[in-house]
Design a binder for this molecule. Sequence first.
Ligand code: PMP
Length: 415
Amino acid sequence: MSGGAAESRPAGPVAAFAHRAEHFRPSPVRAVFEHAMRPGIVSLAGGNPDTGVLPHEVLAGMTARILSERGPEVLQYGSGAGIARLTGLVCELMALGGAVATPDRIQVTAGSQAGLDLVTKLFCDPGDVVVAEGPTYVGALGVFGSYEVEVQHVDVDEDGVDPEAVAARIDALRTVGRTVKLVYTVPTFHNPTGVTLTEPRRRRLVEVCAQRGVPVLEDDAYGLLGFDRAHRLPSLYSLDPGAVIHLGSFSKIFSPALRLGWIAAEPSVRARLQIAAEAVTIHPSVLSQELAVEYVGSEHWRPALDRAAARYRARCAAMMEALETYMPAGVRWTRPCGGFFTWLDLDPDADHGDLMHRGLEHGVALVPGGACYADGRPSTSLRLAFSAASEAEIAEGVRRVGEMLRDGVRRRAGD
Ligand code: PMP
């Protein structure tokens, strides 16, 4: 007798996975990373800081000093919210974006990625909706998917997302009985497009969301990396701290390896986030926090940040020049004022195939645009990072992208 259903059931522990495990998807960007390491490939894929801006020599001395002066204390378990000196420093960083934050509003996290996870865990039930820019940060799609949350995209133009379109989407979703829990946005030097939400749109976005009682989740991983250091827009959090939850990160302004970020939220929200965080990590790394306090709080940091921003500005300029030189007619790209990325819109009527593999065949790693949408649509766009490659590599990488785009594009209509 055949075993029927029993035979087709997967064997072993996989059979016992929770339903949500079906929604755990590998990040397409991390998949590109593996290939990007191959010899001969120019990587314009990862949003990595330039290794030249990572302060390893200064940190070597600081680590030795901290361990010799306060070793037992920094190697011990620590506070769930983060050490007081760091939450104080975070408030100073937030003041650079015009926000008045107090330490009782700050939850330190293992990178802003963990902050994104904790906020989603606290607010979202399966089937809830998050409204986000289209395209959006790939890592956010992974988090929302793993909590079985549906992402509804609202288009981005060169001024960021249109607040009226966000409001209309929330209203339309409510009309059909859906629950919108968060509006997720990367308003400054957006990942993946590089655009920045204008000040009038910032004010209006916060307003329309507050009117509808939907918290804005502001992801500000790149906010301090503007090319024009004199011109800084107010953070969404600074405009309405009661209506906005802010995610900050030390990854791009210090080091990603130390895994440090923060959430700023009103005290009642922060207290719940701490409970959620403690259940996962107990507390953020004390040694990492001590290093951030010592380095970011030192006289080294501001000049180093200025040098890093100047380097990214030069690389962005090199990328813009290479795009002018090598892109075929009809390709359009964004002109960022900060951050790590530019975004290319390709011919929407052409079949561009698997852009990641086509890029690798031409010796360049890139992020296909489709990866930045929850519905995994075919890519008619792509993201290029200018942060980690030298000017010469950028020129060569963009040349290869141009070659790829000229080579083998087919019209969808089939000629
Ligand atoms: N948000 C955005 C928009 C990002 O680009 C990144 C990193 N690429 C993160 C969050 C996560 O950064 P981290 O966890 O290193 O702070």
